[in-house]
Design a protein around this ligand. Structure first.
Ligand code: DGL
Length: 260
């Protein structure tokens, strides 16, 4: 039995495209609807109540207008603050994205890992729980990075502005004995090469993309059997989304604006 209805993939902005890349690799026959809530980006500087309100509107839209069969929250911040409410409110399967603290804690040899994420994610209960559950014997350097996602939103992934911000947040990591850096925001995998050059090969950069794609595949009850398509929506400026998304995905992206 097949089900060709699309999978909804959500982020506050373009960061979730880093998850979409992995989803498309692992599930090439699935159709995807990518939704960016750019009217409200950055989520990383907002509180729970506001985020839950945004997310209900997004999921309502994706179910009513796009008939999605599954929902992937390709955003650590939205996952940390809203997944419980969304799972209680909707019947469809929901996959969340959490900082990859567990694999990093398993992998470290020095016993020190660092985690970078949005200010909201870094101080969330979810990150506290992940550290308690999976990294209690490891030292965790937990860094909230204000503004870093905003540079990726502008398409800046290796210019002086982003390098300056990265230096500010990563100097401490560079001078520590950390051997793993968790990229706890879906915007950051697009900075991998810049971060790698800055920190050198001894520090492994770990993101959640592949794990999320595997989890999505595991939870898919009925798979699609088509050519695999992706359509893109934003609550922000669709031309701006097209420009940045085309740069990040290295192919032409066309997007539509949605008013929620
Ligand atoms: N990409 C999102 C995440 O993984 C957050 C970016 C934002 O602050 O809106 O947390």
């Amino acid at each position: 039995m097949t089900d060709n209805r699309p999978i909804g993939v959500f982020d506050s902005g373009v960061g979730g495209l880093s998850i979409l890349i992995e989803l498309k690799k692992l599930l090439p026959k699935e159709n995807f609807v990518f939704f960016a809530d750019q009217k409200n980006v950055p989520y990383g500087e907002k509180g729970k109540k506001e985020l839950v309100g945004f997310m209900y509107k997004v999921v309502d839209y994706l179910i009513a207008e796009q008939d999605i069969k599954m929902f992937v929250i390709a955003c650590n911040t939205a996952t940390c603050y809203t997944i419980k409410e969304l799972r209680a409110g909707y019947k469809l399967p929901i996959v969340g994205t959490e900082p990859a603290i567990k694999p990093a804690a398993k992998r470290t040899r020095s016993g020190i890992i660092a985690v970078i994420s949005t200010p909201a994610t870094s101080k969330s209960k979810t990150v506290g729980r992940l550290i308690r559950e999976f990294a209690k014997d490891v030292d965790v350097i937990n860094i909230g990075c204000k503004n870093l996602e905003n540079t990726v939103e502008k398409g800046s992934i290796d210019n002086p502005e982003v390098k300056k911000l990265l230096a500010k947040y990563l100097n401490g990591v560079k001078n520590s004995n950390a051997d793993c850096l968790v990229l706890g925001c879906t915007h950051y995998p697009f900075l991998k090469s810049t971060i790698g050059k800055m920190l050198g090969p001894k520090i492994k950069l770990i993101d959640s993309g592949l794990a999320i794609a595997r989890r999505t595949r595991f939870l898919l009850k009925k798979k699609a059997n088509g050519k695999g398509s992706a359509i893109y929506f934003t609550t922000g400026d669709s031309r701006k989304f097209e420009k940045v998304a085309s740069k990040l995905l290295k192919r032409k992206v066309v997007a539509k604006k949605v008013i929620l």
